[in-house]
Design a protein around this ligand. Sequence first.
Ligand SMILES: NC(=O)CC[C@H](N)C(=O)O
Length: 199
Amino acid sequence: MSPLSTPTVGVLALQGDVREHLIALAAADALARPVRRPEELAEVDGLVIPGGESTTMSKLAVVFGMLEPLRERVRAGMPVYGTCAGMIMLADKLLDGREDQETLGGIDMIVRRNAFGRQNESFEASVEMAGIEGGPVEGVFIRAPWVESVGAAAEVVATYDGHTVAVRQGNVLATSFHPELTGDHRVHAYFVDMVRAAQ
Ligand SMILES: NC(=O)CC[C@H](N)C(=O)O
C-alpha cells in the first residue's frame, strides 16, 4: 500500500465507546468499521480496542469466540491501539483485575486497573505525548489505569503526574486516557499512520 492509502481500521465492538472511535478514525482518513466476529477481524488492517469495562469486554471476547483470534492477530503483528479498558486488554500482566479476567497481551507492561481512582475521580489533563506534534493532547481519564512498569521492548510515550499513561511496543499502542472524546484526532492519525506503515 502507498503511504497515502486508506487502511481499513476496525473498532472492537463488544462493549465500550465504539462510536466515538469510529468517528475519530474516519476523521483520521481510515475506513472505520465495527468488529464483533472473527470474519470481521480478518478483514481489517488494524484495530482499536475502546474504553469501557475491561472485565465485561474480556467476558464478551470469550462468549463471541474472539479471544484467541484477537491474540493471534496481535501476535502476528497487526497494529492495535487500546484506550483505557483497551490498554488493560493489551497488558501482558494485570494488577487489580478480576480473578477470571483475561487480557490479550501485546505489550510487555504491568497495568494497574482503576489506578487513578473511581468514576467520580475522573479528570482531564494535558499530556505531552512522544510522536504527537503540535503540543500536548487533552487526556480524558475515566476510572483510568496506569502502567506500573514496562519491559525493555516497550517505550513509554507519555507520563502524567509521575505515572506512565501511554506506551508503544512495535505495532501496539496503548493510552490510559481517551483521545476519542476530545475532537482532537491527532492520536488516531498517529495510529492510522502506524497501520499504513505496517502494510
Ligand atoms: N474508561 C475506561 O475504559 C475504564 C476502564 C475500567 N476501569 C476497566 O477496568 O475496564
